[in-house]
Ligand binder design. Structure first.
Ligand code: 2P0
Length: 321
């Protein structure tokens, strides 16, 4: 049976950076995110007893090598649970342009997990699917549940998974992604996580995490946009401080990144409320309320270093289509 699944990328307001257990992808802290309506992966999986190996077709091109091996390893895990030996054909496309600097591993592994589990006739709970997706790529576990999501760090594989705090319709806030450059990562996120500990600021970052997660959850519950934005912005800088002070240092920011940040600060000075966050890449996610969306979109689009602005609101999690 061929199963097709659509899964969103997600933006973390409280980030996952650093692991307690690399193999199990257990994070050093809990994280909070929102699924993105405008950036998603669509993946179909079909197991076939006639296949001699797994096949991966990504954006209409057959993929071999490391990317393929990571997908095959994930399929092995699902096969072992289902006690199946059949190989699969996996076809996957991202709706966001290649080089837009949006990580595809979260939406990719979320879609792959749900599609493969269903295609091999496993009937798994959302929690189990989130755990499985986490084993493929940590941030993918947050793309399984709906809307605004918490990934509880847990203390074992079974207790580290994501669940929905609020559905996608809960709060009409937007994430305008100002794309300033490609995500030409010399060091992958997986390798980046592994060196986080080498930053002298890493321990300090982790020591403040519990309170920060509680505070942002409270702001989310109260729909206190100012508090929510202030925590989000400080958290992004906190993570990038750890990144830039690790050994080797990881510099994801480009001149265009700072250009956008300065416009965000200027907009706020003018009373147009918005806040930024940045992932492991140069692009700036500008978070705003609906009433300011158009104005901010125009300002961002007019910045010379901004190639395009991608518009997102909260979305539901991975779904069979
Ligand atoms: C996040 N990032 O919370 C943070 C913010 C990047 C910066 O999760 O090794 O691709 O596959 O578990 O999930 C990127 O890390 O790493 C990430 P793996 P992943 O969104």
């Amino acid at each position: 049976m061929k199963i097709t699944v659509k899964a969103p990328a997600n933006i973390a307001f409280i980030k996952y950076w650093g692991k307690r257990n690399e193999k199990l992808r257990l994070p050093a802290n809990s994280s909070i995110s929102m699924n993105l309506s405008g950036a998603y992966t669509t993946t179909s999986v079909e197991f076939d007893s006639k296949l001699k190996s797994d096949i991966l077709i990504l954006n209409n091109k057959e993929v071999v090598g490391r990317e393929m091996e990571r997908v095959s390893k994930h399929l092995d895990l699902i096969r072992s649970i289902a006690k199946s030996k059949n190989y699969a054909q996996v076809k996957s496309t991202n709706n966001f342009p290649k080089g837009a600097g949006i990580a595809s591993s979260a939406s990719g592994f979320a879609a792959l997990t749900v599609a493969a589990a269903k295609a091999v006739n496993l009937n798994l709970s959302e929690k189990k699917l989130s755990i499985l997706a986490r084993l493929g790529s940590g941030s993918a576990c947050r793309s399984i549940p709906n809307g605004f999501v918490e990934w509880k760090m847990g203390n074992s594989s079974e207790s580290s998974y994501a669940r929905s705090l609020f559905g996608s319709e809960y709060w009409n806030i937007y994430d305008l992604i100002a794309v300033v450059g490609e995500n030409s990562k010399k060091i992958s996120s997986t390798e980046g996580h592994a060196v986080a500990e080498s930053s002298p600021f890493y321990k300090t970052r982790l020591s403040g995490m519990k309170d920060k997660v509680a505070e942002i959850k409270s702001a989310l519950k109260r729909k206190d946009f100012t508090k929510f934005g202030e925590i989000t912005e400080a958290e992004a800088i906190n993570m990038h401080t750890v990144m830039m002070t690790s050994v080797p240092p990881l510099y994801y920011l480009l001149p265009g990144t700072l250009d956008v940040i300065s416009h965000v600060l200027e907009l706020r000075e003018k009373g147009i409320e918005c806040y930024f966050t940045i992932d492991a890449g140069p692009n700036v996610h500008v978070i705003c309320k609906e009433e300011n969306k158009r104005k901010i979109q125009k300002v961002l689009s007019d910045i010379k270093s901004v190639k395009t602005v991608l518009i997102n609101r909260a979305a539901c999690g991975a779904r069979v289509i």
